[in-house]
Design a protein around this ligand. Sequence first.
Ligand code: ATP
Ligand code: MG
Length: 248
Amino acid sequence: MQQVIALVNHKGGVGKTTSAVNIAACWGEFGKRVLVIDLDPQGSASLSFGIADDGTILLNALQRTTALPVVSTKARGVDIVPAGRGLAEARQRFVGDIGSEILMQCLRYTEGNWDFVIIDCPPSFGILTMNALKASAHAVIPVEPNYLAFQGLGQMVLAINTYRSKNPALAAVRAIIPCRAQMRRLIYEKFLDKMEELLPGGVAPTVRENVSLAEAPGTGLPVVLSYPHSNGAYDYRRVAQWLLERLP
Ligand SMILES: Nc1ncnc2c1ncn2[C@@H]1O[C@H](COP(=O)(O)OP(=O)(O)OP(=O)(O)O)[C@@H](O)[C@H]1O
Ligand SMILES: [Mg+2]
């Protein structure tokens, strides 16, 4: 059975998409088969694979509860369900408990022999993220190592755990990925200790702030393909390996 993982954080620009795209590409390099679901109307994961999409095909599939539209990418072993602006309509059209189980059902109808499904969530705790959490067994939280991000992180872990106490089918928080880290800053060490207190054993290897990660989306390829010898590629290979060992 494939493992489904949601990359969530209601805070924007922390590295959700960069992590989704690059962990998928690394697992592909390791010989795994991966489906990325772009569940963000910004379509950033799609664009990072060089795919521009308006999101209406995915929106229609969700509305009709049919199989998801899957296309292949240039990264070995990686397919994607692309998204774009049109997906924003989902926020008006899907509501409540039933509206948050649509992705889970669509995924059941989607045929493919993937080892992993990675869902890239938008920066909010709205209906799309709820759909991702219901469709996933695991929630992974990319976070920037700074004070305000840490405050938000505590709230988010609490919120997911509270939802989960009412609905045990919801994803459990398995890992935190420190992203965009400036390792020489004093706050970095403090932050890591706090993370470890919040989720013992669940803090992934750190992803440093690295220019190749900022530039890779413009090439339409994940960093492990566009800049395979960069620090960004090195860091995400470590995270991807660590997650393989961490996920039950
Ligand atoms: N480690 C890093 N080093 C340098 N740039 C990075 C790094 N991680 C992400 N970026 C860049 O920072 C920006 C935000 O990253 P990303 O899109 O992954 O965040 P996000 O959490 O998905 O954002 P959103 O909430 O808007 O979906 C992007 O331009 C990305 O290329
Ligand atoms: Mg994103």
